[in-house]
Design a protein around this ligand. Structure first.
Ligand code: ATP
Ligand code: MG
Length: 566
């Protein structure tokens, strides 16, 4: 873990563990787990949970297990298991040999269910799914007991055994806990423990045709793994009485469930159910599309694990729901990239400049600083010549008042090079579009400073035309348009109506300084004045890197903070 990550601020979960330690509860042990369901790729919300579970375990010299909650055989796939492991590892956490699966415990869970039947605490119900729903009641009306609720223990044991043997059709019987149909908490109105499902499971194959529900499996898995603090998101708060009920009824190791508020981000959907639609309906190229809020998407975009961990630490852990501005995530990655990224010059939308008083056929090497934040990163040589490219946006023929970049008669600085003055433009005869800018340079300003100390108001980046390396650069914008403030965090609208049709722009004729032809897949750069960029590890070929924009340089977060401080 990076050492510069500052000492964590406290939060209520850390305080609970601290108090438990002081009271020597759990024999002073801390055992947590991260329990993903392998039915999709992990997203930045999961990163929060991973950082809490693995982070707290590490801090208190405990352990964190990776446990796949694979109780639903119909939606789970091996691909997801692999991606989840890769993502947790990439984030910087290690479960060592503690890779567990709820399905590893199916035999024990079955025994637990039998035990509950023997104790008169579970029964086989033969109502239809529809009737069960109807009998359940509502928040305002109590439920109704099933006519099958008082079957004898022997009959229940026999039916449950035959359910397991595959004698019944799906939907004809379920196993339910016998708790309280009048409970104000709907989760306690005889919840279903097992249902019949003739589905092949990715690990247990055809061994089972009954599967435990999430509620029945989860707490018991925690117990089997001797988890001490079972940390989950707030939507499970209403399930806690049920979590406790099972463990008490079974008289087995009883972890403490603690809920925290899930991460919500502006302009982002964080739900596997929605993310899978983006993938399957072709709105993105895959789970790892750089516009996706998945860990694989962020990784491919160029985010660093350090930045994501830092973000997770700084947003804190609370019990109140809130929505974090996506600009804060960008702020965190920018902060990290500012430190580690070498600076280079790249012109994304090129406009040719001819320097009339620079000798034809001449070229010279100029020294450029690799990272002003880190002198240790040294300098490099970049070629300069009579023809260069500048950014189209850096020239205006007829500029408004506050435009200080290049325009006819105006002098500007070329970064690390010379002062440059515009003396004319060449236009396409048909379209009127400016195709070339004519300039002169001042040879006495080599390196970018005038001996007479005269000032210019703009410094432009540039690339020598004959030396330029042409490459494809992909600019990413938000996948979703903003939500009206009233809906923030709730997303009541259909999220697909918010899809931004311009979330990707591919620029294929960018002119880069020549050293970038050697850029290695997976490396990061700051393109001066343009943002941070990542060499796409999948689409880049040797000698033909493709660049993803990670984030712009514009710090919208700092602006938001300034505004809120008045
Ligand atoms: P999703 O809503 O994306 O489908 P999930 O809760 O169904 O997520 P799981 O695989 O069950 O996905 O999640 C594993 C763990 O990650 C759970 O403990 C869950 O509470 C936690 N988690 C999921 N989403 C978030 C989030 N947005 N913020 C914090 N923790 C989350
Ligand atoms: Mg879940």
């Amino acid at each position: 873990m990076a050492s510069e990550e500052s000492k964590p601020a406290s939060n209520f979960i850390r305080n609970i563990i601290q108090e438990d330690q002081e009271a020597a509860k759990w024999d002073g042990k801390v055992q947590t787990r991260f329990p993903p369901e392998p039915n999709g790729y992990l997203h930045i919300g999961h990163a929060k949970s991973i950082c809490i579970n693995f982070g707290l375990a590490a801090e208190f010299k405990g352990k964190c297990n990776l446990r796949f909650d694979d109780t639903n055989p119909t939606k789970e796939e091996q691909e997801y298991v692999q991606s989840i492991k890769a993502d947790v590892r990439w984030l910087g956490f290690d479960w060592e040999d503690r890779e567990y699966y709820a399905s590893d415990y199916f035999d024990t869970l079955y025994e637990y269910a039998v035990h509950l039947i023997q104790e008169g605490k579970a029964y086989v119900d033969s109502l239809s799914a529809e009737a069960i729903r109807e009998y359940r009641g509502t928040l305002t009306a109590p439920g109704k007991e099933s006519p099958y609720r008082n079957r004898s223990t022997d009959e229940n044991l026999d039916l449950f055994d035959r359910m397991r043997k595959g004698e019944f059709e799906p939907g004809t019987h379920v196993l339910r806990a016998k708790i309280d149909m009048a409970s104000p908490n709907l989760n306690l109105r005889d919840p279903v423990l097992y249902r019949i499902l003739f589905a092949e499971h990715h690990r247990t194959g055809k061994k089972w045709c009954i599967y435990p529900t999430y509620d029945f499996a989860h707490g018991q898995c925690d117990s089997i793994e001797k988890v001490t603090h079972s940390i989950c998101t707030l939507e499970f708060e209403d399930h806690r009485p049920l979590y406790d009920w099972f463990l008490e009824a079974l008289r087995i190791h009883h972890p403490q469930q603690i809920e925290f508020a899930r991460l919500n981000l502006t302009r982002t959907v964080l739900s596997k159910r929605k993310l899978i639609q983006l993938v399957e309906e072709g709105y993105v190229t895959g789970w790892d599309d750089p516009r996706m809020p998945t860990l694989s998407g962020l990784r491919r975009r160029g985010y660093t694990p350090e930045a994501i961990r830092n973000f997770c630490e700084r947003i804190g852990v609370a019990r109140r729901d809130s929505t974090v501005d996506v600009a804060f995530l960008e702020y965190c990655v920018r902060e990290d990239l500012n430190r580690i990224s070498p600076r280079v010059m790249a012109v994304l939308r090129p406009l040719k400049v001819v320097i009339e008083n620079y000798p034809e056929q001449q070229a010279e090497m100029l020294e450029a600083v690799n990272n002003p934040e880190d002198p240790g990163m040294g300098t490099r040589q970049v070629p300069f010549s009579r023809e260069i490219y500048i950014e189209r946006d850096d020239f205006m023929e007829d500029p408004p008042k506050k435009y200080f970049r290049l325009s006819p008669g105006r002098e500007v600085r070329l970064r690390y090079a010379y002062f440059l003055t515009c003396v004319g433009v060449l236009k396409d005869k048909q379209t009127g579009e400016i195709v070339e800018v004519r300039c002169t340079y001042d040879p006495t300003t080599r390196g970018g400073d005038a001996p007479d100390c005269r000032k210019v108001k703009a410094t432009l980046h540039w690339v020598s035309a004959p030396h330029a390396f042409e490459a494809e650069v992909r600019l990413y914008d938000y996948l979703l348009n903003d939500l009206p403030e009233s809906e923030e965090g709730r997303d009541v609208s259909d999220f697909k109506s918010r899809i931004n049709p311009a979330s990707l722009s591919v620029l294929s004729t960018c002119k880069l300084e020549p050293g970038l032809s050697e850029a290695k897949p997976g490396s990061r750069y700051q393109f001066e004045r343009m943002g941070y960029f990542f060499v796409d590890p999948i689409d880049s070929k040797p000698g033909k890197p493709v660049f993803n924009r990670i984030v712009t340089l514009r710090d919208t977060w700092a602006k938001i903070q300034k505004q809120s401080q008045g």
